[in-house]
Ligand binder design. Sequence first.
Ligand code: ZN
Length: 87
Amino acid sequence: MRLPCPLCGDRDRREFYYQGAAVTLNRPAPEADADAWDAYLHLRDNPAGETRDLWYHEAGCGAWIMVTRNTLTHEVLGAELIEGVPA
Ligand SMILES: [Zn+2]
């Protein structure tokens, strides 16, 4: 699989570190209740179709990117830069 780094162009996926689903960017506020933190930490969808994942271009430019891809067709639909480093 090749990933389209917005800074470097198409690269082999082995140059990237996979962080996980992009829902981790929706972190609750520190004062959020236990249910919000439980949902954030433990509940994940496993969608068939279009997903958004976080990848770190470890062997390249060092950018964090959000890749949109289809889990049914394995098509990579695009990628965009993410500001900051995901926790
Ligand atoms: Zn890059």
